[in-house]
Design a protein around this ligand. Structure first.
Ligand code: F6R
Length: 596
């Protein structure tokens, strides 16, 4: 979603802001802009790529500035609607993430008072409110302005007659980077890694005053907040491509390490106090969106099998509006970004219902991490490609850990059983490496998909959600329409759509569904659909019915989603690459979806 960067210090602000904006690109955006205090307030913004801004901007001297990448919500993507916005006197500039819900009423009122608007956005009311309330202290003006506002925000402002940047936060991330003789504000730490590893997370209701030498955070009562800075463990290299053609491919290849890191420590502690959850919950509800929802669906099979308790999975956007059943299961919010608006709203609803909430997220200091009762961090490292890959496989690890932990607490699993599955889990990085070593086979197999208009992904049982994820990955990065289906459902309608022009990707591993899957594959072959099967090494029977076979190593069926996931990610990647798609920045998809 939108990204923010602000800088005060001795460097050329233009360079720091443009560099920060480039690092925020992965969040998804349609326009970008900067405002720099140089000789007066200089604002440059445009629709489209940040590289356009790089080439079109003259050199500006100035040491104070703010920048923004916008993902349109109120008002179409355009130069006028891009941030920053300035007031009528051209002295104040504002950038904003979030939504001002009452902006139409405010806009009317401000227009009646003589303010001139230049955009269709909700954000522009903020700069006019600042102008209205300014009496010589910008932070005080911001506090007064925000009293008139309904909605959510990370808002950052500056003026030409001061060396200060001010900011406020409500339900949108904001973090301060502490440098030596310079300070930065951003919507996420990726934008500041070049300059500092020391961060201060801003909390809801707080305001910030930031200059080159000093940062002060104030609470809702306007009292100064004393907070220890956190150390950002991500390095700049972590956030760069490292020789791969795309971030997505780099991140697919990082999965052995990401899986290892996510299990590290947590697996050893699974039978110790203080691990994940300490109570024997009688039921679990997993709540998530998109790819995280698919990880949760896999989680249902895992937790039910290991802990022998009922698990329900709900889309966050549905859960938040449902009436509730009066039961209080352990409610797990699964979200790589920790900022998804629907998942946050669902977490608040779960708390309101009195449920214990646990977040599974990849981003330390994310909003969800601060709102729930307990957190499990997936430790996948920064994921820059918009399509989730390594955060998904590490979410799967969280599901295994949770299943094992609950299984232990409920005595549904004995110590030996736990140790045996733990040791197989420890081998997962090696199995994933095995799949990656054969990436060229997957690459060849995707030729049959590249020209297709529709593709079906079929699986059964624990591998059904993995195929839903395969279909989602293919859709979002290659723009080929794909549907994931539980193979047993084919005969209830969709068989009618299968013919020689509709390829089928089918997962068929040697578990208790093997024979049924083989029959389903034969059914599709009978309709002339080209078949790309994913199965185990040496499976001659499967090879006989498939046009192409990609193999995964044999693992315990409960662990099969892990290698299978890597194959479907690679299928989507190679198909999208052959179609020349912008893989790391697919259209209409954002890394953190902060609107609902
Ligand atoms: C797909 C994708 C999205 C996200 C969804 C939820 O590759 O990335 O479907 O999974 O927007 O995001 P998080 O996990 O951040 O809550």
């Amino acid at each position: 979603m939108c990204g923010i960067i602000g800088y005060a210090g001795p460097r050329n602000a233009q360079e720091v802001l443009l560099d920060g904006l480039r690092r925020l690109e992965y969040r998804g955006y349609d326009s970008a802009g900067v405002a720099i205090v140089g000789s007066g307030l200089q604002v440059f913004k445009d629709k489209g790529e940040i590289s356009k801004l790089y080439t079109s901007m003259p050199e500006i001297r100035g040491n104070l500035g703010v920048g923004h990448t916008r993902w349109a919500t109120c008002g179409k993507p355009s130069k006028q609607n891009a941030h920053p916005f300035v007031d009528c006197t051209n002295q104040t500039a504002v950038v904003h993430n979030g939504i001002i819900e009452n902006y139409q009423a405010l806009r009317k009122q401000l227009t009646d008072e003589g303010h001139k608007f230049t955009s269709e956005t909700d954000t522009e009311v903020l700069v006019h409110l600042l102008e209205k309330h300014y009496r010589g202290n910008l932070r005080a003006a911001l506090i007064s302005a925000l009293k008139e506002v309904k909605g959510t925000y990370a808002v950052v402002a500056l003026r030409t007659d001061s060396n200060e940047i001010v900011a406020a936060r409500k339900e949108n991330p904001l973090v301060v980077g502490l440098g030596v003789g310079e300070n930065i504000l951003a919507s996420d730490v990726t934008a500041m890694l070049n300059y500092t590893q020391k961060a201060l997370y801003v909390m809801d209701g707080e305001t910030v005053s930031l200059t080159a030498d000093k940062v002060t955070i104030y609470d809702r009562n306007n009292d100064v907040v004393v907070r220890e800075p956190s150390t950002i463990s991500w390095t700049i290299e972590d956030a760069q491509k490292g020789g791969f053609e795309h971030y997505m491919l780099k991140e697919i290849y990082e999965q052995p390490t990401a899986i290892h890191n996510s299990l590290l420590g947590s697996l050893d502690e699974i039978m110790s106090e203080g691990s994940l959850v300490d109570q024997d919950f009688g039921a679990v509800k997993l709540v998530a969106c998109g790819t995280s929802y698919h990880a949760s669906m896999v989680g249902k099979y895992i937790i039910e099998a290991l802990a022998k308790i009922p698990v329900t999975v709900e889309l966050a956007s549905e859960y938040r509006y449902s009436p509730g059943t009066g039961e209080n299961p352990l409610t797990v919010m699964v979200t790589q970004s920790g900022e998804t608006a629907d998942t946050l709203a669902a977490a608040r609803e779960a708390k309101r219902r009195g449920c214990h909430t646990l977040a599974v997220t990849n981003v330390v200091g994310s909003t969800i991490a601060r709102e729930v009762d307990s957190v499990f961090y997936t430790k996948a490292g920064p994921e820059i490609g918009v399509a989730a890959t390594k955060t998904y496989s590490t979410q799967l690890m969280a599901m295994y850990l949770l299943g094992l932990r609950l299984g232990y607490l409920r005595k549904a699993m004995g110590r030996d059983e736990i140790r045996s599955l733990s040791s197989e889990l420890r081998s997962m990085p090696q199995y994933v490496r095995g799949v990656l070593d054969r990436a060229s086979e997957v690459d060849d197999s995707t030729d049959m998909l590249v020209e297709a208009r529709d593709v079906f992904f079929l699986g059964r049982n624990i591998n059904y959600p993995t195929m839903l994820e395969g279909a989602l990955k293919l859709k979002e990065i290659s723009y080929i329409h794909a549907e994931g289906y539980a193979a047993g459902e084919l005969k209830h309608g969709p068989l009618a759509l299968l013919d020689a022009s509709t390829p089928v990707v089918a997962a068929c591993i040697k578990d208790h569904t093997y024979e049924k899957m083989l029959s389903n594959i034969s059914e599709t072959a009978a309709r002339d659909s080209p078949i790309l099967a994913i199965g185990e090494e040496g499976d001659e029977e499967l090879l006989a019915v498939a046009d192409k076979l990609v193999t995964i190593p044999h693992v315990a069926p409960i662990l099969s989603p892990v290698p299978l996931t890597v194959v479907v990610q690679l299928i989507a990647y190679y198909a999208a690459k052959k179609r020349g798609c912008p893989i790391d920045k697919p259209r209409n998809l954002a890394k953190s979806v902060t609107v609902d």
